[in-house]
Design a protein around this ligand. Structure first.
Ligand code: KG4
Ligand code: ZN
Length: 339
């Protein structure tokens, strides 16, 4: 019998300090996430300096807990996978340094993982039958990409946002309508009480690139609407604004995704990233896929937002391909997918 491949994975690219142990790519033995969200809430967003300091405080504890919960020791680990970009440089450096230190002290091979590749790979954890090729919509706080996953670790970017990421738009609009940070889950919840057709917000198209997204115009349209209400001395309906904004985002994401899937003739479609846990988006995509006869895949919410299990899964496929990094591995804040 072949020996199990056990990946110790570390993720610290933004405001979650996370570690996990993943067996043979798709079996999560532990998935420890220390979320800093509460710390950043009073500032209305992630403060990079605070994030780095908290990662330093928490990283060893989180790694130890991941090993303990998996009932594994460092000697059992086949390789260490760590997010090395994209993300906040100071935050990334904490995870990368911890992974390098463990690798140096133990001789366990080191594998640097792209954060977006991690998000996409989250789909493999609970969908054991899912294999490339498929189209994946990655929508998070920092990224909005439509990607063709050609093979494990091989990607073609079909489209990307020209300005704000989808999650960023959720967070900014939430702040403007008084919901606070983090905005995505709050808009999701409040939208259920509102009328999505109450206000018509624009659905932006990028003329030269049909799969690209643009959300800053939508954000401005919401701000203008709020402004005009204020000028007229009228109260705005928070739930209606949230629902109408969310509908505008969903319409664009669904339309672009379905266009790509149909054009490429793939039969599988997946979503990933923090915004992929949005209940409205999930049901709209579920319906659209059903209509088109496409199988729809999505991770559970815990694997949508930042976590280390997804890094372990991506790291496993990099490990199989023979990818190994040296101690010169560095944090790359603007790392591009496929580099
Ligand atoms: O993937 P993630 O944890 O971090 C990044 O890599 O950016 O995504 C965080 C983003 C935040 O912008 C948050 O507001 C958004 O995902 N988000 C949501 C929902 N849950 C998280 N957006 C819409 N609906 C949700 N339910
Ligand atoms: Zn992320």
């Amino acid at each position: 019998m072949e020996k199990d491949v056990l990946i110790l994975a570390i993720e610290s690219s933004c405001d979650e300090t996370a570690a996990a142990v993943v067996k043979n790519g798709r079996e999560v033995l532990s998935n420890v996430i220390y979320s800093q969200i509460a710390l950043h809430t009073e500032y209305g967003g992630v403060v990079p300096e605070i994030a780095s300091r908290k990662h330093i405080e928490k990283i060893n504890q989180v790694i130890n807990q991941a090993l303990t919960e998996a009932d594994k020791k460092l000697e059992d680990i086949t390789a260490i996978a760590v997010t090395y970009g994209p993300g906040l440089v100071g935050a990334l450096l904490v995870g990368v340094s911890a992974a390098k230190a463990i690798s140096f002290a133990t001789g366990i091979p080191l594998i640097g993982v792209h954060h977006i590749e991690g998000h996409i790979s989250a789909n493999f954890i609970e969908n054991k039958e899912l294999e490339p090729p498929f189209v994946c919509l990655v929508v998070s706080g920092g990224h909005s990409h439509l990607v063709l996953v050609e093979d494990y670790g091989e990607y073609e970017i079909l489209g990307r946002t020209r300005d704000d990421a989808a999650g960023e738009a959720f967070d900014k609009v939430a702040r403007a309508i008084g919901l606070g940070y983090p905005g995505g889950p709050k808009i999701d919840k409040v939208s259920k009480e509102g009328n999505p057709d109450a206000i018509h917000f624009p659905r932006a198209k990028v003329a030269s690139a049909e799969y690209d997204f643009s959300f800053s115009g939508l954000k401005s349209a919401v701000l203008n609407y709020l402004n005009s209400c204020q000028m007229k001395g009228e109260e705005f309906n928070q739930a209606d604004v949230a629902a109408s904004f969310q509908k505008a985002v969903i319409d664009v994401l669904v339309e672009h995704s379905m266009d790509a899937v149909k054009r490429l003739g793939t039969t599988k479609f997946a979503i990933a990233g923090g915004v992929a846990s949005n209940t409205g988006l999930r049901s709209a995509l579920e319906e659209a896929c059903k209509r088109e006869g496409i199988t729809f895949y999505h991770p559970s919410p815990v694997y949508c937002t930042d976590n280390a299990a997804m890094i372990g899964t991506a790291g496993y496929y990099e490990y199989l391909k023979g990818v190994r990094h040296g101690f010169d591995l560095n944090a790359v804040p603007n790392l591009k997918l496929g580099e």
